[in-house]
Design a protein around this ligand. Structure first.
Ligand code: SF4
Ligand code: SF4
Ligand code: FES
Length: 290
């Protein structure tokens, strides 16, 4: 900014001449992310609820969680919202913003059309507890049904293992999961068809992939994947991959390889034989103390 520009902005002619003191008015909003905006927030509980409009001030740099906290502080002290880190790492603040599954703490207002009300609702795939808090406990029960990590016998007498770096790298991506359950929320098998008893959902297919592809794991989860975990219900729409805030390639890197393993095991006679012998050789390695 030039010095003449500073002078013309700070020395308004009428005030300079009259000496009148006036309270300085805030500048007009210069962008979509400053000024005031309407947030249409779902309020209710398991018995039902409705959308309530809140008009609130916004400023550059704000995220949706900031707005919710502001509404909570200024207009609705009893508004329930779950959050913890405000850094996209705890997976607590999952919600639906304008109908899309999002982490509220990572959704900038500058990404949203603020000329119309912004809707903020709890994840629809799970029952509401209160306002923006959904009951995600079904997910924890699902995890308990998955066979845990079972290491093969050590490779060396000192109790250590040997692994190829490429095998270690392969599962690293799956370990980035923050259990936000946004992928579960968007998956039509759960969200629209409500197959909670028959399908574990993309988050837990990622979990199974992390175990199955772990270079030390010897557990066999193929039978469960096919039947109890319902991998066949996934029709690779990739909606889960699109919403994952950790950018895990859920379908291509986890679900499709698991589907291939299930097909190899149950529908390909040659693959079935190879699978049996490779499992046996891993379990009964010569160094095994068992
Ligand atoms: S790709 Fe499969 S798991 Fe992912 S959202 Fe679609 S149906 Fe669900
Ligand atoms: S896989 Fe991605 S979207 Fe699904 S729970 Fe983990 S971090 Fe969230
Ligand atoms: S508050 Fe932790 S992910 Fe949003």
């Amino acid at each position: 900014m030039t010095s003449s520009a500073v002078t013309s902005e700070t020395m308004q002619p009428d005030l300079a001449e009259t000496g009148e003191v006036q309270e300085k008015q805030p500048p007009e909003p210069k962008s979509e992310s400053s000024g005031r905006a309407v947030f249409r927030v779902w309020r209710g509980d398991r018995q039902g609820g409705n959308l309530v409009d809140y008009t609130t001030s916004i400023s550059p740099g704000m995220v949706v969680l900031d707005v919710i906290h502001q509404i909570q502080a200024e207009q609705a002290n009893d508004l329930a919202v779950r959050w913890n880190c405000k850094a996209g790492k705890c997976g607590s603040c999952s919600a639906e913003v304008n109908g899309s599954p999002k982490l509220m703490c990572m959704t900038r207002l500058s990404e949203l059309p603020l000329g119309k009300p912004v809707t903020v609702e709890p994840m629809r795939a799970f029952p509401p507890v209160k306002d923006l808090v959904a009951d995600v406990s079904w997910n924890f029960r699902v995890k308990q049904r998955i066979k845990p990590f079972t290491a093969r016998a050590p490779d060396a007498p000192d109790g250590t293992w040997r692994m190829d770096q490429s095998d270690v790298d392969r599962v690293q991506e799956f370990r980035k999961c923050i259990e936000c359950f946004l992928c579960q929320d968007v998956c039509h098998v759960l969200r629209d068809h409500h197959l909670y008893d028959d399908f574990i959902g993309p988050r837990f297919l990622v979990h199974v992939a992390a175990l199955e592809m772990h270079p030390l794991d010897v557990e066999d989860r193929m039978e469960e994947l096919r039947r109890a975990h319902g991998i066949g219900y996934c029709n690779i729409t990739k909606c889960c991959t699109k919403v994952c805030p950790e950018h895990i390639t859920i379908t291509d890197n986890a679900i499709i390889p698991l589907k291939e393993r299930v097909v190899d095991k149950f529908f390909d006679p040659l693959g079935k034989l190879v699978n049996i012998f490779s499992r046996r050789s891993r379990v009964a390695s010569p160094e095994s103390p068992h």
